[in-house]
Design a protein around this ligand. Structure first.
Ligand code: UFG
Length: 334
């Protein structure tokens, strides 16, 4: 298949492009590089021996996107492009709504114009909001989030659902990610955010590399076994394979399906810190600080639908996640 990957130079996008190329698909990346580096394209080629087509373009730019579709037949799209920092979205809601919604609407309009009817969308467990009990199941209401970023995911899921109602021959798979961490086994691709990281694993990796002094654990008084928040961390390489499976599913089905991609297990912040220390043979300086606004105490996936519908399940261990994250951080800091 010819697969267009928006945001394909980013953290999850780049790992997915590697999986697609290794499975024999042709890949066209559209990425504006607002939160990714152009070197990633060369690294994808080093890993796979194949160079994906690359267009530096904001996918909300309709004329530009149309010319990409005119240049190559696009059989399916995996849509990652979007702003994703939860805290920043609270401060800049208009930018988040404009960017994430506009780019999706533009993409759908251009897909419709060119007769492309297969879409895999990068959604998030954040759509389950604060009201559902965990583990989260796809049958639960996913209609309320806790940040403008999260609301863009809720709204885009709604837009895609309404679009499929109007176009029943279309297939949209809404992949609800839990907490992706880790890096490509080669050490060439990983999570390398600009500035001080917001997410836990990149922060840990920079503390381990001596670039940040210590980790502050946000809250030690949650109603969890060790008082720190529980999340379902999954290896980004497993997540990438999940996209390949979703694409295969979309190739032979129509309709809209939401699918959780997680391991089904929760681990605490402190548990992950200790796993990182053990996997990489080091001690990490940390302190327990106040809670971070908007954090939920605990959530993890019911991962059974992914197995039944897509034949996917996570196979990497927490140890793999910690080792690969550290390998990448060491390469990135050179
Ligand atoms: N944490 C710390 N210290 C840090 C960073 C994070 O203690 O420096 C803690 C957080 O409080 C949280 C856990 O580590 O308990 C995980 O935090 P992340 O920021 O890595 O991830 P979140 O669970 O907050 O966010 C993730 C995704 C979002 C998504 C959200 C809800 O990054 O895209 O899950 O699904 F919206």
């Amino acid at each position: 298949m010819n697969v267009l990957v928006t945001g394909g130079a980013g953290y999850i996008g780049s790992h997915t492009v590697v999986e697609l190329l290794e499975a024999g698909h042709q890949v066209i990346i559209v990425d504006d590089l607002s939160n990714a580096k152009v070197e990633v394209i060369g690294r994808i080629e080093r890993i796979t021996g194949k160079r994906p087509a690359f267009h530096q373009l904001d996918c909300g730019h309709k004329a530009g996107l149309r010319s990409v579709f005119q240049g190559d037949r696009v059989d399916a799209v995996i849509h990652f492009a979007g702003f994703k920092a939860v805290g920043e979205s609270v401060k800049k809601p208009l930018q988040y709504y404009r960017n994430n919604l506009d780019s999706t609407l533009t993409l759908l309009e251009v897909m419709e114009e060119f007769g492309c009817k297969k879409l895999v969308f990068s959604s998030s467990a954040t759509v389950y909001g604060p009201d559902n009990a965990h583990p989260y199941k796809e049958s639960m209401p996913a209609i309320r989030s806790t940040s403008p970023y999260g609301w863009t995911k809720v709204m885009i899921e709604r837009i895609l659902t309404d679009y499929v109602t109007a176009h029943p021959e279309f297939c949209a798979v809404l992949l609800r990610y839990f907490n992706p961490i880790g890096a490509h086994d080669s050490g060439l691709l990983g999570d390398d955010p600009n500035g001080i990281p917001n997410n836990l694993m990149p922060y840990i990796a920079r503390v381990a590399a001596g670039q940040l002094e210590k980790l502050t654990i946000f809250g030690g008084d949650y109603p969890t076994p060790d008082g720190t928040c529980l999340r379902d961390y999954l290896h980004v390489e497993d997540l990438a394979v999940g996209h390949l499976k979703a694409l295969e599913y979309a190739g032979t089905h129509s309709g809209v399906e939401a699918v959780n991609l997680g391991t089904g297990n929760g681990i605490s912040v402190l548990g992950l810190v200790h796993a990182f220390e053990k996997a990489n043979g080091m001690a990490l300086p940390y302190e327990i600080g106040p809670r971070r606004d908007g954090d939920l105490p605990a959530f993890w996936a019911d991962a059974s639908k992914a197995k039944e519908l897509l034949g996917w399940e996570a196979v990497h261990t927490v140890d793999d996640m910690c080792r690969s994250a550290w390998k990448f951080a060491q390469m990135a800091s050179k």
